[in-house]
Design a binder for this molecule. Structure first.
Ligand code: URA
Length: 231
């Protein structure tokens, strides 16, 4: 793996930031200063930054822009999974699911407690989606979505917030994460979802300049803010 990628994968900084550190001569590989960001590391190389060994933190948190067309799973014998975009870190898994045809913000971690905190209905963490639909978006349908609709399995699903962004697009916030929930809710009011993008989980926002398939590491501090109440 390239030296700049290795450092960035360990949460040291963005590729641009770590390239600067490398060029400044602050990075040592096996006791030799290496100033080339594209230096190829071998398996047992020891990398130090400012004299300290760069190790993987125990917990990793990855903000990932899931592209449509990939399964949200660590393994699937029949389909391509999101894991092919992510660094090969043992024990990481996606928090919750986005359908194969859906895209957008997905958190990937090896922190089971955090995953539980996000998924558990007890905490009502908000998930915000931009939903393109087929069908006429009327005030009445929006009202039904916020008052609640009964899905085919009997689940009573309610949008915490919904607004019309254009003639065929909605913004919808939900706090549960039932299977195909957004698609089933829109279908219940006669709107077929044709494109679904998650743009927020709690306070964590999909960066506008991120492209499908890209990811970046979050710090533990950033992770804590996911749950902070905003006034
Ligand atoms: N709701 C859906 O219908 N699909 C998703 O992937 C996420 C929420």
């Amino acid at each position: 793996m390239r030296l700049d990628r290795y450092l960035s994968n360990r949460g040291i900084g963005t590729r641009k930031e770590v390239k600067k550190l490398i060029k400044q001569g602050r990075v040592i590989v096996n006791d030799k200063v290496v100033q080339k960001p594209d230096y190829k590391l071998s398996k047992n190389d020891v990398v130090k930054l400012d004299g300290k060994v760069v190790d993987l933190p125990d917990k990793v948190y990855i903000l990932f822009y899931k592209p449509a067309g990939y399964v949200t799973s660590t393994k699937d014998p029949h389909a391509e999974t999101i894991m092919e975009f992510l660094p090969p870190i043992k024990g990481i898994f996606p928090v919750g699911r986005l359908d194969k045809d859906a895209e957008g913000l997905l958190l990937v971690t090896n922190d089971g407690q955090l995953a539980h905190r996000i998924i558990s209905p007890k905490w009502s963490v908000e998930k915000e989606y931009i939903v393109r639909v087929d069908g006429e978006i009327t005030e009445n349908k929006l009202e039904k979505l916020t008052k609640g609709v009964i899905l085919k399995d009997g689940f009573f699903a309610k949008a915490k917030f919904v607004e019309r962004l254009s003639s065929d697009t909605l913004r919808m916030v939900i706090t549960e994460g039932k299977y195909h929930q957004v698609k089933r809710m829109t279908a219940a009011v006669g709107l077929r979802t044709i494109r679904l993008k998650r743009v927020r989980i709690g306070n964590l926002i999909l960066p506008e300049d991120m492209k499908p398939g890209e990811y970046r590491f979050l710090t533990e501090e950033e992770v804590k803010t996911i749950f902070e109440e905003k006034n």
